[in-house]
Design a protein around this ligand. Structure first.
Ligand SMILES: [Cu+2]
Length: 796
């Protein structure tokens, strides 16, 4: 009896220590006090950036209301859909039963138009969280809000609190934004002033770096894809909070609810204290300039200045805009400005780093998942990196050998208390991270600063994004005897086609990631793209392994910088299927997701809601087109494309009665190679519309290194043809383009005119395009069939 009691006490103690490893249970079995909310989602006109456009509101506002709970309550939230499209709400960062997680067709039924869905779950955590629609791009339209959960016992010292919900706003329809990204134009970069036309690249002496990028089929170092006319704090570009009194300590609960924008946050006045990240308390640290990735949350305690009002400012990561909130009254105490990132400079540094860019977003054989091979082949080159480590140390009067040995010793240190054998890799990676992330600390020992040679120079490019300032107040390690399951996910993407994936496999082409309950799953996220990806796992907290080892912080969203590697691990305490994805909405819907599955039976309540619907959303067809109307010709171009399949229609008509029209279907074998077949119509002889010949065509199209489009084909008269085209942006709004086509006819099928055993046909087009706006360009071109002329291009 005594033993049982002791065991029970021990068991309960253990339970409370490992709050994050408790399984979620449905229903209010413990009779917790019920806290109810009703949210109504509507479609209505809103004005967030100087224009009335349709938005989606919750209880009449963007963002929706703050849902306030106390730890230990039972949440009951009725969500009513007043729109004529389906919706859903996901509770971001909340530990809850799978069925109420709110990913439609995966864990929860969608909320159909006119219907209400009741979400309910026990609140067994505290902190700052948020909620948002998980249906298509609705979050961009306004379906998001904050959640604040007060702890059972208040441990932090502050007087008041304030939620700051960050977001980005577009006046375009989000689906049109995505369509625009899929078609791949430079317009958003032009509009944002982040385009890097050739004249600027050359003026900076960066043409070599540009060639290096082109060789790897990249236009440049991209930070953000989309132009936003406004960034918002609690729904506005400028917010005033005059009611705070001087000297008051205010806990700011900051949430990045933007669809695709990460921000730099800066504070005026006294340096604020960071107290919490992703809802979990961290060891308080004084910190001003702080990065907040999409979907992350951070809590700071600030002191209202004795005189004046302090500014809290967010600067979009790519420097394309800011928003401010002011706390207090009087003269502005400005927050430090964050300079605009130097994209060309980044490109130069990246070109100097030894890495292979352009890993495939679309594997030739998606059935064969080879993450380790992929990691070896692309990204930072491992052996070179090791050499560099040695080099770094030897500069400090040490032989590479001792340097290596020391690094090893350091490794053993941090290994203490870490579970399992496989930690070796984690810790090694981690010590390697330290090496490359903190070149300053190496050189600061005063010996030599030349360490920051060409190779190292790029290494500090992303150091400001590491999470080393986050330290959990308690150990976050799992018991040593728990088995560990290692998974490598390379983050992959194709900027020009706007396809995003993991290990070169978009969601639509893969199976679930199966994990086991009561095991630790350790995922290494290896970013092989030029963009940051804030990766989010539903329903769990994971450790983000950083220099704090056993005290690594727990998070629900982790930002992985370009070409960097981050390791996370979590204990499998749940059941069911959970979404794991990049939280940049446009990456999420383009395939950068996985279903993490405990492989438990599917909930029978989801019988009518097949998961294929969710997967299909990531593989939709997008259609776009362009019309040219010029003095010498008219043209039409239509493209409809999903991940692997594309339909093309193009027609050109010269006023001199020359015509060429072509329809083709193409299939992408991988990112760059596609096979196609179709029909071509053209008049063989000039100025004679009645002699149009129609041929069947088949061939291969290839997007080459240095970014040329190559088209090799044969028609049913067995005439081979080669076509090469390319465009360049030479000035901020001006692009030039050229196309060369050569067709040979050996008379294999039809007889050639008498006396000839070979005939050729050459087509040359050169031209320029000047971007007037998103949808209009001025164009001028010369074509050897149609002559020269100019006119207007319209994109739609
Ligand atoms: Cu992403």
């Amino acid at each position: 009896m005594k033993n049982t009691l002791l065991y029970l006490i021990f068991f309960l103690l253990n339970l409370s220590l490992n709050a994050q490893t408790e399984k979620s249970v449905e229903g209010n079995i413990e009779n917790l006090p019920v806290h109810e909310y009703t949210l109504e989602i509507n479609e209505e006109m809103v004005n967030k950036a100087g224009k009335n456009v349709m938005g989606m509101t919750i209880n009449g506002s963007i963002p929706g209301p703050t849902l306030e709970f106390n730890e230990g309550e039972y949440a009951v939230i009725h969500v009513k859909n007043n729109m004529d499209v389906e919706t859903s709400i996901h509770w971001h960062g909340i530990l809850l039963p799978n069925f109420y997680d709110g990913v439609p067709y995966l864990s929860t039924p969608p909320i159909e138009p006119g219907k209400t869905f009741k979400y309910e779950f026990a609140i067994k955590q505290n902190g700052t969280y948020w909620y948002h629609s998980h249906t298509m791009l609705q979050e961009q339209s306004g379906v998001f809000g904050s959640i604040v959960i007060q702890p059972k016992e208040k441990t932090l010292d502050y007087d008041k609190e304030l939620v700051l919900m960050l977001s980005d706003w577009t006046n375009e329809k989000p689906m049109n934004v995505l369509r625009f990204l899929k078609r791949g134009t430079e317009w958003y970069n032009i509009k944002k002033g982040t385009a890097t036309p050739l004249n600027q690249v050359i003026a900076r002496g960066a043409f070599g770096a540009q060639l290096d990028f082109w060789r790897q089929r990249m236009e440049g170092a991209d930070i953000a894809d989309i132009y936003y006319p406004a960034f918002l704090i609690n729904g506005q570009q400028t917010m005033e909070y005059p009611d705070f009194k001087p000297g008051e300590k205010v806990r700011l609960r900051i949430i990045d609810g933007a669809a695709s924008t990460s921000f730099w946050m800066t504070f005026g006045g006294e340096t604020p204290t960071l107290v919490s990240a992703d809802g979990k308390d961290v060891v308080p640290v004084k910190k001003n300039k702080t990065f907040i990735g999409v979907a992350e949350t951070y809590d700071f305690i600030v002191t209202i200045p004795r005189e004046g009002k302090m500014e809290y400012r967010i600067t979009a990561q790519d420097g394309s805009g800011t928003a401010s909130a002011y706390l207090g009254r009087g003269k502005i105490i400005a927050a430090p400005e964050v300079p605009k990132p130097d994209k060309i400079g980044m490109m130069q540094k990246m070109a100097k780093m030894d890495m292979k860019m352009g890993a495939p977003a679309l594997k030739f054989n998606p059935g064969k998942d080879e993450p380790y091979k992929m990691k070896e082949k692309w990204g930072m080159q491992m052996d070179k990196e090791m050499k560099m480590e040695g080099m770094g140390h030897s500069e400090m009067d040490q032989s590479p050998k001792t340097a290596k040995k020391e690094a090893m010793e350091g490794m053993d240190h941090s290994k203490m208390g870490m579970p399992g054998d496989s930690t070796k890799t984690t810790v090694m990676d981690h010590s390697k991270m330290d090496m490359k992330m903190e070149p300053d600390s190496i050189s600061s020992n005063g010996k030599d600063t030349t360490i920051k040679g060409d190779g190292m120079q790029g290494m500090d490019l992303f150091s400001e994004y590491n999470y080393d300032y986050l330290r959990s107040p308690e150990k976050t390690t799992y018991d040593e005897d728990i088995p560990v399951n290692e998974i490598l996910l390379n983050l992959t993407g194709n900027m020009s086609r706007y396809i995003w994936s993991l290990n070169g496999i978009p969601l639509a082409e893969t199976d679930k990631i199966r994990i086991k309950g009561n095991q630790v799953t350790r995922i290494t996220l290896n970013n092989l793209t030029m963009m940051h990806h804030p990766m989010h796992l539903h329903g769990h907290f994971f450790r983000v392994i950083n220099k704090n080892g056993e005290y690594s912080p727990l998070k629900h969203t982790v930002n992985v910088p370009p070409m960097q590697e981050v390791t996370i691990e979590f204990y499998g305490s749940e059941y069911g299927d959970w979404f794991f994805h990049c939280h940049i909405l446009y990456h999420l819907i383009s395939g950068m997701d996985r279903i993490v599955s405990y492989d438990t039976p599917r909930d029978p309540r989801l019988k009518e809601y097949p998961v294929s619907k969710l997967i299909h959303e990531t593989n939709q067809f997008y259609t776009w087109g362009m019309v040219d109307a010029a003095s010498h010709m008219a043209g039409l171009n239509l493209v409809s494309s999903n991940i692997r399949n594309q339909f093309n229609l193009s027609a050109e008509y010269g006023w001199n009665q020359n015509i060429e029209a072509e329809m083709s279907y193409e299939y992408y074998l991988n990112d760059w190679v596609r096979v196609f077949g179709g029909v071509n119509m053209e008049n063989e002889i000039e100025d004679s519309m009645d002699q149009i010949s129609t041929t069947a065509i088949a061939g291969i199209r290839y997007f080459t290194p240095y970014m040329f489009n190559l088209d090799l084909r044969l028609d049913n008269k067995l005439r081979p043809q080669i076509r090469l085209s390319r465009d360049f942006m030479i000035f901020p709004r001006l692009s030039v383009f050229g196309e060369y086509e050569y067709q040979a006819n050996f008379g294999w099928v039809e007889d050639l005119p008498e006396g000839k055993d070979y005939q050729k046909e050459e087509t040359i087009t050169i031209g320029a395009e000047y971007f007037l706006s998103k949808n209009f360009s001025l164009m001028g071109s010369y074509d050897n069939r149609f002559g020269a002329g100019g006119g207007l291009s319209v994109r739609f």
